[in-house]
Structures are given as C-alpha cells and as structure tokens.
Design a protein around this ligand. Structure first.
Ligand code: 6GU
Length: 243
C-alpha cells in the first residue's frame, strides 16, 4: 500500500520510521511518502495561510497551495487517486470499521491542516477526482492533523497483510467483535501479592474463553455501555443471549 502525507511539519511524522510501521516500510509492505506543503507555496514568504473571509480569529490554509500539492501527490500514481483523508475535529469519528475499509485501498493520501483548517473548497474540489473522507479522533481539539495522520497510518498498517507477525492479533482486537478486550497476564504468577486468575493456568480452553468473554462484557458494560447497546442492536437479543 502507498501512503502519502502532506504537512507543513514533515518532522512530526518521524515516528513512522520506528516500530511496526518502520518495519513494514523496510519490508516493502508500506510505501510511505511525507511531503512538505511549502514545496507548493509561492511568493517570497512561502505563505500557506491567509485571514478568513467573514472575519474571526486565526488563519485558514490557502486553497491554491493545497490544490497544487494534492494534484501533484495524487497524480504520482496515474489512474489511481486512492482515498484522500482529511483529519479535522469537524469530521465523522474514526472507527475500526473505517480503518478496515481504508486498509483495503491501494493508496491513501492524508492532508494535514493546521491553523483554523483548510479552505472549504479543497475537499470539494478533490472529490471531483476521487473519494474524500474527513475524520475526527474524538471530541477534543488538536493543533493540527499530524497526530491524526500518525494514528491512521499505524491503525491501517497493522491490518495490511504481512505487517503483523501474528494476523490473529488483529482479529482478537478490542472492537473487532464490538467489545473491549479482557485484561492479559504473563509471568510471574504472583507479583506484589497479586495473582494471575487461576483459570488462565487451568489448561481448560473452554473455561479460559468463557472467562475472557465475561471480563470483556464486564469491562465494556463499565466503561463503554454504548458499545454494548450497539452490539445488542446488531446481533439482536437472541443471538446475544447465545454468546
Ligand atoms: Cl483529526 N484534527 C484536529 N485538528 N483536531 C482533532 C482531530 C483531528 N480529532 C480530534 N480533534
């Protein structure tokens, strides 16, 4: 999969050289390109922003600069504009379902805005050439889209075949079945007077699976009752009772 990130802070994406994503890149599974938006800025000051029409605080990122940048980057692979992702607190929430959909794409471009955001015509124009999706990480405000780009690249990459050592890890994730995961334990068996739950050492796989399902339901009910409601809706009460 090819991923392009356009930002005025390319160094912000440096963590993508490390860990799972770094290894996936070196293995040739993820072809990641980070571009400095200022490359497409013109004029002596290389400005990428201007004051907002209608007034108000802050600055808005200039459509001409973003238009040139996105045309160039999306044209890098002829006949495949891929999906353009735009991080913004005004987007629909990021979910594992959306991430899984993006992991199926052959390429993604992530347009990181700063200041009060990108001129509203930029995503409208980009949608003339390919799919565009705005997304938010949650109900709080970040200073720009770079951290959201890190989040998406990592979440998508681990679903690309070959990136995770054990593909079963992705299937056992919180959210893949709509529930939060049960807590996990390793050696030592007893630590600071806290013991590993004995059932996990019983060798009874059925009992272990039931214990994990119960902790999973308990945890979800305690911290994310909204996920349980959604699951009941999705499965119907009968199927839910059988789980
Ligand atoms: Cl995706 N961008 C910004 N700037 N702020 C956010 C966000 C994204 N998600 C939550 N807050």
């Amino acid at each position: 999969m090819r991923i392009d990130v356009v930002t005025i802070f390319p160094d912000y994406l440096a963590p993508l050289d490390d860990a799972i994503v770094g290894r996936a890149r070196r293995a040739g599974l993820i072809d990641l390109h980070v571009h400095d938006l200022r490359r497409w800025a013109t004029g002596v000051h290389q400005a990428v922003d201007d004051s907002p029409y209608g007034g108000g605080p802050g600055m808005v990122m200039t459509p001409t600069v973003w238009g040139e940048a996105l045309d160039a980057v999306r044209a890098a692979v002829p006949d495949d504009p891929g999906v353009l992702l735009v991080p913004t607190p005004a987007g629909a929430p990021l979910t594992q379902r959306r991430v899984a959909g993006w992991a199926e794409a052959s390429r993604l471009t992530i347009a990181c805005g700063r200041y009060e955001g990108i001129d509203g015509r930029v995503p409208v124009d980009a949608a003339r050439r390919g799919p565009v999706e705005e997304f938010s990480l949650g109900d709080y405000v970040l200073a720009g889209g770079e951290v959201a780009a890190l989040v998406v690249v990592e979440a998508v990459s681990r679903l690309v075949p070959g990136v995770l050592g054990n593909p079963a890890s992705a299937e056992l994730d919180s959210f893949s079945d709509g529930l939060l995961e049960a807590p996990a334990y390793t050696r030592p068996e007893s630590w600071r007077e806290l013991d590993v739950p004995p059932v996990l050492r019983s060798g009874d796989h059925g009992a272990v699976a039931r214990w994990r399902r119960d902790r999973s339901l308990e945890r979800t009910a305690a911290v994310r009752p909204d996920l349980l409601d959604r699951l009941v809706e999705r499965l119907g009460a009968t199927a839910f009772d059988r789980r």
